[in-house]
Design a protein. Structure first.
Length: 202
C-alpha cells in the first residue's frame, strides 16, 4: 500500500490532538492509575474500530448525506458528553479506590470510552474522508481497509497509553481529596465544552 507511513503520521496527529477521549484517559489515570485507565482506552479504541466498520459498510455515507441522521447522532453524542461533564462536576473529591467495586468500575470505564467515541459523528466523517486517500482501487479493498482500521485502533492504544503514562507521573501530587476535586471540576468542564461545541458542528 502506497503512502502507508503518511497515513500513520496523519492518524497519529489526529489521535494525539486533545479531545474527549484524551480527557477521559487523563481523568481515569489521575483517579485510578495507569492500569486503571486501560479499560477506557480499550473502549475508545474499540469505538474507533466500530466507526471504521460502520463507515466502510456505508452507514457513514448515510450520516453525511442525511441531515436528520447526522443531527440526531450529533445531539445524542453532545448530550452524553454534557451528562458526563455534569456528573464529574458534581462528584465529590474523594480519591477513588481501584480495589473497591473493581469489576463494575472496569466495565463502566470501558463503556464510557466506547460511548464517547461511538456517539461522536466526527470520526465517521474523518474515516470517510481519510481512508479513500490511501486505498489503491487496483488492489482488493477489504485487506487494505482492515489494515488501515487496525492500524488506527492500534495507534489509539499506543498514544493514549503515552498520555496515561505521562499523567501517571503527576498522579501522586494530585492524589488528594482537593486534587481529585480539581480534576473532577476541570474534566467535567472540558466535557461540557466539548458537548456544547459538538452541537454547533455541521
Amino acid at each position: 500500500m502506497e503512502h502507508y507511513l503518511v497515513f500513520i503520521l496523519i492518524a497519529a496527529a489526529v489521535i494525539a490532538s486533545p479531545g474527549p477521549g484524551i480527557v477521559l484517559t487523563l481523568k481515569n489515570t489521575l483517579h485510578y492509575d495507569f492500569r486503571g485507565a486501560l479499560p477506557g482506552i480499550a473502549g475508545v479504541a474499540l469505538g474507533m474500530l466500530l466507526i471504521a466498520v460502520i463507515s466502510a459498510a456505508g452507514l457513514g455515507i448515510l450520516l453525511t448525506t442525511s441531515a436528520l441522521a447526522f443531527t440526531l447522532l450529533k445531539y445524542l453524542g453532545a448530550a452524553y458528553l454534557i451528562y458526563l461533564g455534569i456528573k464529574l462536576w458534581r462528584s465529590s473529591g474523594q480519591v477513588s479506590d481501584l480495589s473497591a467495586g473493581k469489576r463494575s468500575s472496569v466495565r463502566h470505564r470501558f463503556c464510557e470510552g466506547l460511548g464517547i467515541t461511538a456517539l461522536n459523528p466526527k470520526p465517521i466523517i474523518f474515516f470517510l474522508s481519510l481512508f479513500p486517500q490511501f486505498i489503491d482501487p487496483a488492489v482488493a479493498y477489504v485487506p487494505q481497509f482492515v489494515l488501515l482500521a487496525l492500524t488506527f485502533s492500534a495507534l489509539v492504544v499506543v498514544i493514549h497509553c503515552a498520555y496515561a503514562g505521562a499523567a501517571n507521573l503527576a498522579r501522586d501530587k494530585l492524589r488528594t481529596p482537593r486534587g481529585s476535586e480539581v480534576i473532577n471540576k476541570v474534566s467535567g468542564g472540558v466535557f461540557v465544552c466539548f458537548g456544547l461545541a459538538l452541537t454547533s458542528s455541521k
